[in-house]
Design a protein around this ligand. Structure first.
Ligand code: SF4
Length: 204
C-alpha cells in the first residue's frame, strides 16, 4: 500500500508536460526526507497523517487521463511508487512525478509515459547540499529541472547551477522556473538574464 496524504481530481497549474491547467488526478504522497524552510505544508513531512492507497481502487476516480504524483517525496516509497506507476501505465495514463532532487529515479519508471519534475532545492530551502545531479544525463525531453525562485540569492544560485548542468550534459531536457514571491525586481532580473540567455526555458 502507498501511504498518501491526499488524493483529488483538479486542474493542475504547475509545470506540466501534458499541458498547463489540465484536469488531473493529483496524488500527494505522505512523508518527506527534507524539511525545507519554505515548505508550505509541514504536516506532510512526518508522514504521520496518511491513508493507504490500494492501486486496485484507482478506477474509483475515473474518468481521468492525466496523473500528477507529488509529495512529500514520492521516491521514499519506491517499491509502492513503481507498482502505482506501472499500473497507471497499463491503463494508458500520462503521468507526472514531482521529486525534490535528493534521490535517484529508478530506470523502470523513467520512460516515455512519465514526465519527471526535479524540484531543485535552492538556498531559501536550506537543502542545496542534498541535490544530486550526476544522473542528469539520463533525463530526456519529457523531464524538467525546476527552480522556485524566492530570493535574489536563489536566482544567482539557480543561474550557476543551470550553467553547470548545461556544461556537462549533452542530452535535451527542460528547465523551468517559478518566481514565488511576486517580486517585480526578482522577476525582471530573471527575465533579463535567464530568458535572454536560454531558449529552452519554461516560466510559470
Ligand atoms: S521537499 Fe517539498 S514536501 Fe519536502 S520539505 Fe521540502 S517543500 Fe516540503
Amino acid at each position: 500500500m502507498l501511504k498518501i496524504y491526499n488524493i483529488t481530481k483538479d486542474f493542475y497549474y504547475d509545470v506540466h508536460l501534458w499541458g498547463y491547467g489540465k484536469l488531473a488526478l493529483i496524488i500527494s504522497i505522505a512523508g518527506c526526507n527534507l524539511d525545507c524552510d519554505t515548505c508550505k505544508d509541514k504536516e506532510i513531512i512526518s508522514g504521520n497523517t496518511f491513508t493507504d492507497l490500494n492501486v486496485n481502487n484507482l478506477n474509483l476516480y475515473e474518468p481521468y487521463k492525466y496523473v500528477v504524483i507529488s509529495g512529500g517525496e514520492p521516491l521514499l516509497q519506491e517499491k509502492q511508487l513503481i507498482e502505482l506507476v506501472l499500473t497507471l501505465q497499463k491503463r494508458k495514463k500520462f503521468i507526472t512525478i514531482v521529486t525534490n532532487g535528493s534521490l535517484y529515479i529508478p530506470d523502470i519508471i523513467h520512460n516515455e509515459f512519465v514526465s519527471w519534475i526535479i524540484n531543485y532545492r535552492l538556498p531559501s530551502t536550506n537543502y542545496t547540499d542534498w541535490m544530486i545531479t550526476d544522473w542528469y544525463h539520463k533525463l530526456n525531453a519529457n523531464d524538467f529541472v525546476k527552480f522556485e525562485l524566492l530570493t535574489d540569492t536563489d536566482f544567482e544560485f539557480a543561474m550557476n547551477i543551470v550553467q553547470a548542468i548545461k556544461e556537462v550534459n549533452t542530452t535535451f531536457f527542460n528547465f523551468a522556473f517559478t518566481v514565488g514571491n511576486d517580486s517585480q525586481i526578482l522577476y525582471d532580473n530573471f527575465k533579463n538574464n535567464i530568458l535572454n540567455e536560454f531558449t529552452d526555458v519554461i516560466y510559470i
